[in-house]
Design a binder for this molecule. Sequence first.
Ligand code: GLP
Length: 238
Amino acid sequence: MKKIVCDNYNEMSRVAADIVARQLKEKPGTVLGLATGSTPLGLYAELARRYNAGEVDFARAQSFNLDEYYPIKRSHPQSYYRYMHENLFSKVNFAATRLPNGEADDPANECAAYDAGIEAAGGIDLQVLGIGMNGHIGFNEPAEAYSMSTYLVELTESTLDANSRFFTGGEAQPTSALTMGFGSIFSAKSILLLINGAGKAPIVKRLFEGKIHTDVPACLLLLHPNVTVILDKEAAGG
Ligand code: GLP
């Protein structure tokens, strides 16, 4: 696991954009794995800026997102579908974009089709990740056993609390989600984990303790051969 500590959030976002841009240059038909949450917003803004400046091109690239609330309408202000369209997909020129469908009637079918789609695309080249306060990756919550494939998961109180800040318009907050499992995530040839803010320092400390804490899902990433963690000073604990 390679670790890059940046001075602040903007630098973290720029360094992450450099890695995504390099990947797209080396392989224009890249399959990107994308994440939501507040962490990658700076990366997406920087990629949109570079696209407008003619510095990066997504014309042959496609993307798969990590997760989506379930059930949720795509038009819901807090759906990850909407988040991705507002923050990235409407601003750049991807050839194709996919998210797990929060409107699917049959979640099991949807999950199987989603994994089949990733496989048909040749797997993910570069997976962007954030981390939850409890160490979750995507919506893989701390558990006794971790799913390999995409699945329907019930969210923990900790995650519902952490994400309740987004549901301020009186909308009901979904208590379940569809998320890629660790098998889907590990199929990525390389992984970029972004972490910022002092609130994440305790989980970062556990991640870098040199042990695989099985109650910290992100610790499983220690087993992947090609992970780069980019964090700001605050998340790094100074
Ligand atoms: C959300 C998402 C994750 C994200 C995490 C952290 O629940 N499912 O993919 O990495 O929580 O969010 P934030 O970046 O807002 O701290």
